[in-house]
Design a protein around this ligand. Structure first.
Ligand SMILES: Cc1ncc(COP(=O)(O)O)c(C=O)c1O
Length: 444
């Protein structure tokens, strides 16, 4: 009998996305204390304030007049108490320079399941067409967009983020196809590269989208994904400015998440932006996809934001700052001579590394050495007790395979210093040095 017929998206999704496949095979026989995972975007367990969660849980259940119906269904736009806490968090800490005046002109909605669900909803409510984004790109979302039938227009980034001059040229080169552009999706601390989008580039993006909107006679939404923006830990970085502050034409939206600064398990992501049909459609989509985020986690998040976020942010930033500094030294000391470029270290918890010659893709000697799949037992160890394995995200999965970086991506990798502790990362960088030596020997 024939298989169940699938939609285009269903068919494309019936084969796991490359990173999912890689992670699943690594996780299947992961050995705690032996193998090292520098691939996952998991936060460091030590940054999650478990004790405060316990207090929050009791408070929320005790104060049922404030945290209403915490164990029941919720409304699709999000719970009022959480929305108020987010508003207060943003204004009292002047996040992105936001104040009550700017926020007063915008709405805040909560996704059903983190920022990811809001991003997913956009693919439902926008017509198919072209999405503008930076290269390297947030591979999880862009891979999904492609499976749903969107086309990507990627623009390489430099030290300030997406290169807007090149973007302008690319839009011009599209000619009449510019009419197919549906949104700009810009990650302000990029994943994988952790490059921080400069304020000048933010303004330029809004200007370009404004110009295009006028030309096309319709709004082109500019979505700034600020997932890692609360994790800018280098004090030397100029304070970032939210583009909502100068969004006169009302097409700028910001997506944030509490995953990276409180706990991914909360699954709280929010969107700030002007009300209108786009926002209303996203709310309806939340309802269709799961009614709302769980009321209980919205209530917990509200309590944590109201009572604990300032010290929490300090702890989290200090922790990643310390790790970033030490890990960078290990990278420089052990791999330095082999590298063409390293980005990251000022925000978030990734370094994005470009080797001069050594390839990092799944078929490369470097990858095989670290995953112990060279076929040589001297390197891999005996089958019943493989030597320690290290996993990272190969650059080939982070770049647009039909863009300018397709070849460079084969020499790049994302190393996460988020999840593992320093002792493990130390060992992993040492193993990377050995893998690099092995790859060099094979090249000769
Ligand atoms: C750029 C970016 N956006 C969004 C998300 C998803 O966040 P959430 O956990 O809120 O779904 C992530 C998670 O890693 C991310 O890296």
């Amino acid at each position: 009998m024939n298989e169940i017929p699938l939609s285009t998206y269903g068919l494309a999704s019936s084969t796991p996305a490359p990173v999912n496949r890689m992670m699943a095979s690594f996780a299947a026989d992961f050995r705690d204390g032996v193998d090292i995972n520098l691939g996952v975007g998991y936060v460091n367990e030590e940054t999650i304030p478990a004790d405060h969660f316990r207090v929050a849980f009791n408070e929320v259940l005790d104060k049922s007049e404030t945290y209403r119906k915490a164990l029941n269904y919720g409304g699709p736009a999000g719970s009022n108490v959480l929305i108020e806490s987010i508003r207060c968090f943003l204004t009292s800490n002047s996040v992105g320079g936001l104040d009550e005046r700017v926020l007063g002109g915008n709405e805040i909605i909560i996704g059903a399941n983190g920022a990811s669900s809001l991003l997913e909803s956009m693919a439902y409510v926008l017509p198919k067409g072209i999405i503008v984004t930076a290269d390297p790109m947030y591979y999880i979302y862009t891979n999904f967009l492609q499976r749903t039938g969107f086309e990507l227009l990627t623009v390489p980034e430099d030290a300030e983020g997406i290169q807007t001059e090149i973007l302008a040229d690319k839009i011009a080169a599209l000619g009449p196809r510019a009419d197919e552009i549906r949104m700009f999706y810009i990650v302000t601390v990029n994943n994988p590269s952790c490059v921080i989008l400069s304020n000048a580039r933010r303004r330029e993006l809004v200007r370009l989208a404004g110009e295009l909107s006028v030309r096309l006679g319709r709004k082109i939404p500019v979505i700034f994904d600020r997932a890692y923006e609360d994790l800018i830990h280098d004090p030397a970085v100029e304070p970032v400015e939210s583009a909502l502050r100068y969004d006169e034409a009302e097409f700028v939206y910001e997506i944030g998440t509490l995953s990276k600064v409180l706990a991914p398990a909360l699954r709280i992501g929010y969107l700030i932006g002007p009300g209108g049909p786009f926002l209303r459609a996203l709310v309806q989509r939340t309802s269709d996809g799961g009614f709302s985020a769980p009321q209980i986690t919205q209530s917990l998040a509200s309590w944590l934001l109201d009572h604990q976020i300032v010290s929490q942010l300090k702890n989290v930033r200090d922790g990643y700052r310390q790790k970033a500094t030490v890990v960078r030294k290990w990278i420089d000391d052990r791999l330095g001579g082999l590298l063409e470029n390293v980005t990251g270290g000022q925000a978030g918890f990734y370094y994005y590394i470009t080797f001069k010659d050594i390839e990092t893709h799944e078929g490369s000697d470097f990858f095989k050495f670290l995953t112990r799949t060279t076929g040589n037992d001297d390197i891999d160890g005996p089958p019943e007790a493989r030597n320690p394995r290290v996993i990272y995200i190969p650059g080939e999965h982070c770049v647009n395979s039909s863009g300018e970086l397709a070849q460079t991506g084969r020499r790049q990798l994302r190393l996460s210093y988020g999840y593992e502790n320093l002792a493990e990362i130390d060992r992993a960088v040492e193993l990377m040095q050995q893998a690099a030596d092995y790859a060099e020997e094979h090249r000769r």
